[in-house]
Ligand binder design. Structure first.
Ligand code: 13P
Length: 247
């Protein structure tokens, strides 16, 4: 039985004072027994959020990292830096990073490998565009993203990875995938994992759905057999996140 995992992706929102305020308004309402709960916050909020969640079971996450440990990479943050301040999860390959910051399947793969070597849990994002969905190539697109991102990742490491299926057309649009659409792709992702790593890994690897999840849609989505929780953007910035987590 896979434990659900629900992560808030704050994206580029909340300064460090606002971050503490938000955590304080959410934390007493959040049930961390049923699901693992993660907040993926801007880098500059990590330390203050770490402090704000210290008396809870909420885990700390980052939204990106570089694949080298250190060096001349102006503006970048490394896995050891994140690990050192208590980060447990890191979102990798988000479609916004692929679209606006030149992330490719190859850089995502390097980051996944580095995160695992550094004892960070990758939340690996995959998902098709509207055009790809309309061309009926969703499954091919997602299959390739998963396989390329996990190239050279061992069976033992693969078990730790969380995959977030986030159809690009559903992100920030208020247009949530139906539970059937989300389940169909999450199931396909599990099939790919089984083909690559066998049933034992496919049975434990957790797959989230992300894209306009709200307190009203969480319940039906998270109750689908292959959806093990969610990666939540807009709704994670307000009290609705409590309703999402306690679905
Ligand atoms: P929204 O929930 O705002 O659609 O964002 C989803 C997302 O991109 C989470 O990573």
């Amino acid at each position: 039985m896979r434990k659900k995992i629900i992560a808030g992706n704050w994206k580029m929102n909340k300064n460090h004072n606002e971050a503490v305020e938000l955590i304080n308004s959410l934390k007493s309402g959040i049930d961390t027994d049923k699901s693992d709960v993660v907040v993926c916050v801007p880098y500059v909020d990590l330390l203050s959020v770490k402090e704000a969640i210290k008396d809870t079971n909420i885990s700390l996450g980052a939204q990106n990292m570089h694949f080298e440990d250190a060096g001349a990479y102006t503006g970048e943050i490394s896995a050891p830096m994140l690990k050192e301040i208590g980060v447990k999860y890191v979102v990798l390959g988000h479609s916004e990073r692929r679209a606006y910051f030149g992330e490719t399947d190859e850089t995502v793969n390097k980051k996944v490998i580095k995160a695992l070597q550094s004892d960070l849990i990758p939340i690996l994002c995959v998902g098709e565009s509207l055009e790809e969905r309309e061309l009926n190539i969703t499954m091919e697109v997602v299959r390739i993203q998963v396989k390329k991102a996990l190239a050279n990742v061992s069976k033992e490491d693969a078990k730790k990875v969380v995959i977030a299926y986030e159809p690009i057309w559903a992100i920030g649009t208020g247009k949530v995938a139906t539970k059937e659409q989300a389940e169909e792709v999450c199931k396909e992702i599990r099939t790919v994992i089984e083909e690559c790593y066998g049933k034992e890994v496919a049975d434990v690897l957790r797959i989230q759905y992300g894209g306009s999840v709200t307190g009203d849609s969480a319940n039906e989505l998270f109750n689908m057999p292959n959806i093990d929780g969610g990666l939540v953007g807009g709704a994670s910035l307000k009290d609705d996140f409590i309703k999402v987590v306690n679905y």
